[in-house]
Design a protein around this ligand. Structure first.
Ligand code: ADP
Ligand code: SF4
Length: 696
């Protein structure tokens, strides 16, 4: 067996968490996943893979302890009654099967949730609005002493159930502005005048009581973890290290068996690479904690470098390397470090596509790891792929994310692969877009795949090879996969705006493709964004940096509207405003002349003219599917050329995210040669009928 590099052996030391011992310092902290109580089989398989990949502790997502803590429609864990135990036991067993500790994060969501499913009143320290902006316009009941006693009992009940389910570590969660203990602690929510309000000691009282209750209930056999946001990064309005963070750590320093510390809310904790490019971006906030307690400390910061992890331990900042996203992008990260395969780590790129799944209540997805969320329903394993029964040679045309992933996985299945690329480097949109401001980390998606492909003897890569249909017919490959990408449209059509913008022939019109090709931008610029994701705001930032007057126009109500799902929206908008970009929301671009653009209000239709010399259209993309359509229309020619299978994948088939293209490439290789998207190829979870499903 390969010996671990001695530089990293410190990462594989066991660490005690109260009465239990973690086998190493790799700690998958709680993370949401859009599966949870709604998709328990998928959940168990996903957590089991993490344990198999070497994470010494594998945690659940947040788990609602009572129907007054009902996060619907967001799907989190649930432990409302004894009947929920069996679902958890399945996850615990999947984790224990690989020798890891299973941790559960108990949560009462306090005034964060309107209890849409249970229809019970929300509970919190004070009478106030429910914090969740998308919920019903209902308020929170200020808890009286009996409510507090009830809540303490619910925590005890949940802890007892967690122990029965087999969990080794039981969390009390006070983070992300999501739970009652945190709401009691926060000055802005707590206007009580009793012993639970006023001083920090009073506001922190519930935290101490809950920790003591849980410890008394299950502390003999389970480690008690406290997940605590030490600072909310919102100044004196929020929890700050100086006012509450340090005080709570000092007050309860030895009460939990483990401190899991971070900054809140979620958008601060899970910052994207666009806004926090460096790993360890939370260290300055959490490094003091270890000086105040003898108990082990875990923290996160998108750690993917083994040297960086060792330095966190050696500097005395952390005892455990916490990870959510790095464990999603590469569930086998610990195992790769242990077996000296560091260059095989699939590093998280900090894009938060994983987070978007939770925000939309659908199973987790990952840009880097296409098997994430597919462990149960498709039976995909991040490190294993079945060898092909007929490993015939395959021609892959185009080396963007779809082509790269298809080529790599086909090679892993034993196929000789020829990869033809029109350009001079691999990567397609990855290479181009990673040169734009804030998107550098996307190059990791290319690099991880390129690293393998360049060294495979059975993979031939041809650059400067722009193939046409007849070239493909001439080559004599029996199997052809087209991954030729997409290009931005020049019409201004997008979303519900299906009429091309009038007058585009009278002005200078550019698309992101032109800009990435080096087009020169002149004069005052209007960026029209109907894409709602990264590209519109990125274009605006780029041309603003070049010194142009820039107007950002969108028919959505906010800048880069969809980035709400990736926790970036407020940052994107703030940066744009701070950079002096004029923001025009709720506007459609209806016409342009050589020196102005006409914007119409989406509500009233009222037109407004703004000065504009160049329009950058970031609306939607057209697939580069000409080769595919041509070849498909000539079945005799395909037959004469001996082509048995012809597939079109990724953006060339249907434009989408990089995550979608990677997934398409992976799926094409997994299912090859039957790449059709038959829904029977994956399983889905069904609610159980009472008294039981009828058989037909
Ligand atoms: P996807 O996201 O679907 O992988 P990309 O747009 O990132 O697509 O990548 C498509 C790649 O295909 C680009 O690198 C482009 O140069 C290449 N390409 C497009 N058409 C051809 C062609 N006819 N022959 C070879 N390569 C092509
Ligand atoms: Fe990292 Fe993006 Fe994957 Fe999330 S989706 S784990 S941020 S690479």
């Amino acid at each position: 067996m390969t010996q671990t590099d001695p530089r990293y052996s410190i990462l594989f030391e066991p660490v005690k968490i109260g009465p239990v011992t973690a086998p190493n310092r790799f700690y998958q902290v709680p993370h949401c996943n859009g599966m949870a109580h709604g998709r328990p089989n998928a959940l168990a398989a996903m957590r089991g893979i993490k344990a198999e990949g070497g994470w010494g502790v594998v945690s659940t997502e947040e788990v609602e302890i009572h129907p007054t803590s009902d996060l619907n429609p967001v799907i989190e864990g649930r432990l409302w009654s004894d009947d929920d135990i069996a679902y958890h036991a399945k996850t615990v067993d999947a984790i224990h099967a690989h020798g890891s500790l299973a941790a559960i994060q108990l949560a009462h969501n306090g005034c964060a949730v309107p209890n849409l499913y249970s229809r019970l009143p929300a509970l919190g320290p004070s009478n106030m609005s429910v914090v969740w902006e998308f919920g019903d316009p209902v308020q929170v009941r200020a808890m009286d002493k009996q409510d507090i006693r009830n809540m303490r009992q619910w925590y005890r009940d949940a802890a007892r159930r967690a122990k029965i389910a087999g969990y080794d570590v039981v969390y009390m969660y006070s983070g992300h502005n999501m739970t009652a203990p945190m709401h009691f602690l926060g000055r802005r929510y707590n206007d009580r005048t009793d012993e639970y309000g006023g001083s920090v000691e009073n506001r922190a009282r519930l935290i101490g009581e809950l920790l003591e209750d849980i410890k008394e209930e299950v502390g003999q056999t389970c480690g008690i973890a406290f997940r605590f946001a030490v600072d909310e990064l919102r100044g004196s309005d929020g929890i700050t290290w100086d006012e509450e963070g340090r005080a709570v750590v000092e007050m309860y320093s030895e009460l939990p068996d483990l401190w899991d510390v971070n900054v809140a809310g979620w958008s601060n904790d899970s910052q994207t690479a666009r806004f926090a490019p460096q790993e360890g971006y939370q260290t300055d906030y959490i490094k003091e904690v270890k000086n105040l307690t003898t108990k082990p400390v875990v923290g996160v910061g998108r750690f993917t470098s083994a040297d960086g992890m060792v330095s966190q331990i050696k500097k005395g900042y952390l005892d455990f390397i916490g990870a959510a996203r790095p464990s999603i992008a590469d569930p086998f990260l610990p195992e790769k470090i242990r077996t000296n395969r560091i260059d095989e780590i699939r590093e998280c790129i900090g894009c938060n596509i994983c987070v978007s799944g939770d925000n939309m209540s659908v199973p987790i997805r990952c840009t880097q790891n296409p098997t994430m969320g597919e462990e149960w329903r498709r039976g995909w394993h991040p490190e294993k792929i079945a060898p092909s029964e007929n490993p015939d040679p395959v021609l892959v045309v185009g080396s963007g994310p779809a082509g790269l992933e298809a080529a790599l996985q086909l090679s892993n299945r034993g196929h000789p692969v020829t990869l033809a690329e029109a350009g001079k480097e691999l990567g397609g949109r990855l290479t181009r877009e990673s040169r734009l401001p804030g998107l550098a980390s996307y190059i990791r998606v290319r690099d991880w795949r390129e690293h393998y492909l360049l060294t495979r003897p059975d993979v031939d890569i041809y650059f400067d090879s722009k193939l046409g249909p007849d070239d493909i017919l001439d080559f004599g490959f029996e199997h052809v996969i087209l991954a030729t990408g997409a290009k931005w449209k020049r019409t201004g059509q997008g979303r519900d705006n299906r009429i091309p913008v009038a007058g585009l022939d009278q002005t200078r019109v550019l698309t992101p493709d032109d800009i990435m090709d080096g087009a020169h931008v002149t004069g005052r610029v209007a960026v029209y964004d109907l894409d709602y994701y990264l590209m519109g705001s990125t274009m605006a930032e780029l041309v603003r940096e070049q010194g142009h007057d820039v107007a950002y126009v969108t028919d959505a109500s906010t800048v880069a509207n969809w980035t709400e799902m990736t926790l970036e929206q407020d940052r994107v908008q703030a940066r744009m405003m701070q950079n002096g970009i004029a923001v025009h929301v709720n506007r459609t671009l209806t016409a342009v002349t050589d020196d102005q653009a006409t914007l119409n209000c989406i509500y009233t239709g009222t037109p407004e003219n703004i000065p504009c010399d160049t329009v950058i259209l970031v609306t939607e993309r057209a697939p580069n599917d000409a080769i595919y359509l041509d070849l498909k229309s000539r079945p005799e020619a395909l037959q004469a050329a001996g082509i048995k299978t012809l597939e079109c994948i990724g953006d060339a088939y249907v434009p989408g995210t990089v995550a979608a293209a990677i997934y398409a490439g992976h799926k094409a290789a997994r299912l090859f040669p039957n790449c059709d998207d038959d829904p029977d190829m994956f399983k889905w979870e069904r609610p159980v009928l009472e008294p039981g499903p009828k058989t037909y």
